[in-house]
Design a protein around this ligand. Sequence first.
Ligand code: 13P
Length: 251
Amino acid sequence: MARRKFIAGNWKMNLDRKGAVALAEGLVKAAANVVGCDIAVCPPACYLEAVGQIVKGSNVALGAQNVYHQANGAFTGELSTAMLLDLGCKYVILGHSERRHVLGETDAEINKKVIAALDAGLIPILCVGELLAEREAGNTMSVIRTQFDGSLAGVSREKLKTVVIAYEPVWAIGTGKVASPAQAEEVHLGLRKIIAERYNNEIAQIVPIQYGGSVKPDNAVDLLGQPNIDGALVGGAALKVDQFMGIVAGA
Ligand code: 13P
C-alpha cells in the first residue's frame, strides 16, 4: 500500500510574530497547488493561534511542539490537548530529541503524552533517535526499540494506525551532518520490523515514518526516494519558504 508523503516543519523556538505570520502566509500560497503530499507546520506555542488563522482551510495543517498529559489544573506553564485542539492543531510533536536530551523528558513521560494526544484525537509525531555515541557503540536499533516500546506502551493497534513516527538521529539534528539515505533507510526498515513484531505487518505498512536531521532541498530527493522513508521532519530549512517548499517538491 502506498503511504502518502508527509513533510512537517518544526520551527522550534524561532521567529517572532511577524516572521511566523509571514512564513505561514508564504507557505499557504506556495502550497496551494500541492497534491499527493501532506504538509504541516509546528510553530512555537505562542504563535499557534496566529499561524492557525492563516493556515485554516489551506493545504498546510497545524501542529504543536509539545503537550501536557493532564486535562487541566495546576500545571503552570503547560498546555492541554483540548487547548491545542481549540487552536486548530491536528498534530503534536512528542519525544523530540531536544525535549529528551535538553529538557530531560523520559519515555514514561512521553508515553503519557502520546496516550493523551491519541485519546483527544491529535496525531502524535513521535520522535525517536540515537546519540552519536550510541550509534558508534552499535546500539542504534536497541536504543530505538527501547524508545519505541517505552513511548508507545499501552497504545492499541487501532490507535497506532494514526501515529506518525519520526526517526531523528540526534547527531544529524542542526549539525548539517545528514544520515546517508542508506543509513536512514536501514533504521526505517528496522522500525517497520519492530512495528510488525509488536503489532502486525498490516499496521507496519500503514504507519508513516519521517526522517529528520539536516534535511535540505538538495538531499531530500535521495532520502525521500528510499522505500521506507515517508516524509521529513524539518528544522532549520523549515524557516524559509523556498527551502521548505524545495523539500516538498522533492517528495
Ligand atoms: P534540522 O533540520 O535543523 O537538523 O532539525 C531537525 C529536527 O530536529 C526536526 O524536528
